[in-house]
Design a binder for this molecule. Structure first.
Ligand SMILES: [Zn+2]
Length: 544
């Protein structure tokens, strides 16, 4: 990719000059990861076809001045001015995308993204490579499925989830709520912003300083929360707790912000604001092993729900690092509790020597995706530090005051990052329960629209997310569209189906079943969704 960048930059210059010659106002050119871009100042957008007219080679004299291109007195800012502009010229162009953004509140730029090559073969090879990348890169899948977007004027690393993306988030949250409830968690809500005093007590003010967003209001300093723990601790401290109350388990889908460096941001995998399926447990030392055991069992159950099991899940125990707080006795007891929990479950696990946090030992879960990559997901961390800092206590049987053990835990980790991993793992073809559109109905002709609408109504009554793609495009084009948009089930209805009250069902992988009683399919589909099956069990059981 890097070797193409000089010629892309030249391509961007040529496109900008062509646009200038047609009366447009090009202001900036630069390089993205997979293409070049030209920004023009304009209140109205261009269509892809309009832009394509300008994407061709033309002879033009221009001068390079620092980070500007000077073309007949028109100055165009050039990002990536460190790249030497080649003397050879690209002759083969492709425009990939057009979008708009606001560099200033009252100014709009139209951004044209494209590529340019010296030979036709290079262009063809690149476009077929790009098509494959679109299948496996969550940023491109997200664009294709209309799930989320990032905008320059809104800030880097700060995502906007579209309606369809929010459906996926809600489904993941609903499932995790059930899992948490099953373990006895009480869900809480805490604010996005707290006074710096809180972050000073917790230690985040110094330890997390470079990622903490701070601001002043009415003479007080505030910080946007990078973690939910201190707020959960204040809820614990809001009243006296006794040995009988423990374990106390708080969960929250907590929105946290961490100011990562701009260069380290990467789609949903690395953002500045994200939601954790966070949870904190306050418990007695003697309760630690059983609590961790339950948590491990549930975590493995969750991963299996998404199809990650056996060899594709690894568990690690991280032990005391050289620099740490807490007594030898505390470390030994906690590390033993974690280890015994795993042993009693018959789990094989690796040990990461000295890789625990400075405040306690931890268990990590890694999963392997369909591309063979390992991702660290769930974590269970014992913490000796925060109970100390916040002077947490409970009243024991004998009336004495004791300090509880605290455990931080997350199963998905970051919801946003997990969505990125799922999109790449499934190539955008999510399990039915997670799919924003679960069924698309294709009437063969307008004559059967009534029947299609009746089916749509029945699906909606069963809370299945369905829509109709009315006749207009050819049937094969509409089938392809549904497939490209990751829709798991297609229902095709024609005259015969309408007369007989049946449907033709298409699932993924070209499975098609004709003349099925609609009710029969509906019941199986409801079960597939209710069970949150990772496979398309509705059509697979029909096929048998
Ligand atoms: Zn925490």
């Amino acid at each position: 990719m890097e070797s193409y960048k000089p010629v892309w930059l030249k391509g961007a210059i040529i496109l900008a000059i062509n646009l200038a010659n047609a009366g447009y106002k090009p202001v900036t050119i630069g390089l993205g990861e997979r293409d070049f871009y030209v920004d023009i100042q304009s209140d109205t957008s261009l269509t892809l076809d309009e832009a394509k007219k300008f994407a061709k080679y033309s002879e033009a004299e221009f001068k390079v001045e620092d980070n500007y291109i000077n073309y007949n007195g028109i100055k165009i800012k050039m990002e990536n001015s460190e790249i030497n502009i080649p003397s050879s010229n690209p002759k083969y162009f492709e425009i990939l995308n057009i979008s708009t953004h606001h560099p200033e509140p009252t100014v709009q730029y139209v951004r044209i993204r494209g590529v340019a090559f010296e030979t036709e073969e290079q262009l063809k090879d690149y476009l077929s490579w790009l098509e494959k990348a679109e299948e496996t890169d969550h940023r491109l899948i997200g664009e294709r499925l209309d799930l989320f977007s990032f905008h320059e004027e809104a800030g880097s690393g700060l995502v906007l989830f579209h309606p369809k993306g929010q459906i996926i988030r809600n489904e993941l949250i609903n499932y995790m709520r059930e899992i948490n409830e099953g373990m006895g968690y009480q869900e809480v809500y805490t604010s996005h912003v707290y006074k710096s005093d809180l972050w000073k007590i917790s230690g985040h003010y110094t330890l997390y300083r470079d990622k903490l967003v701070l601001f002043n209001m009415e003479g007080d300093e505030y910080g946007v929360k990078p973690m939910n723990c201190p707020a959960h601790i204040l809820i614990y401290k809001s009243k006296p707790r006794t040995y009988r109350d423990l374990p106390i388990r708080f969960s929250e889908f907590g929105h946290v912000y961490r100011w990562e460096k701009k260069g380290e941001l990467y789609g949903l995998l690395r953002v500045r604001g994200f939601v954790q399926d966070d949870g904190h447990i306050f418990l007695r030392e003697d309760q630690l092993k059983d609590e961790v055991k339950m948590l491990i069992k549930k975590t493995l159950e969750v991963w299996e729900k998404f199809g990650f099991k056996g060899e594709d899940v690894k568990v690690y125990l991280s032990t005391r690092p050289d620099e740490s707080i807490g007594t030898d006795e505390q470390w030994e007891k906690a590390t033993n509790a974690l280890m015994t929990a795993m042993q009693e479950l018959g789990l094989s696990f690796g040990i990461k020597e000295k890789e625990g946090a400075f405040y306690g030992p931890k268990i990590d879960f890694e999963i392997r995706d369909s591309l063979g990559r390992w991702w660290q997901m769930s974590t269970i961390q014992v913490d000796f530090n925060l109970p100390e800092r916040f002077k947490l206590e409970y009243i024991d049987k004998d009336g004495s005051k004791k300090r509880p053990v605290m455990v931080h835990r997350a199963i998905y980790g970051s919801l946003d990052r997990f969505i990125a991993i799922l999109l790449e793992h499934f190539n955008g073809r999510l399990p039915t329960w997670l799919s924003p559109i679960q069924v698309r109905i294709l009437p063969i002709s307008d004559e059967v629209n009534d029947y299609a609408e009746k089916i749509l109504n029945d699906l909606k009554k069963s809370k299945i997310r369905a829509e109709i793609d009315y006749a207009g495009e050819t049937l094969s084009k509409r089938i392809k569209n549904a497939y490209d948009q990751g829709v798991p089930y297609i229902i095709i209805v024609g005259k015969r189906e309408a007369n007989e009250g049946t449907v033709t069902i298409r699932g993924r992988g070209n499975i098609e079943i004709k003349n099925i009683k609609f009710e029969d399919f509906l019941n199986r589909l409801k079960n597939e969704i209710l069970n949150r099956d990772v496979e398309q069990t509705a059509i697979k059981t029909l096929k048998k």
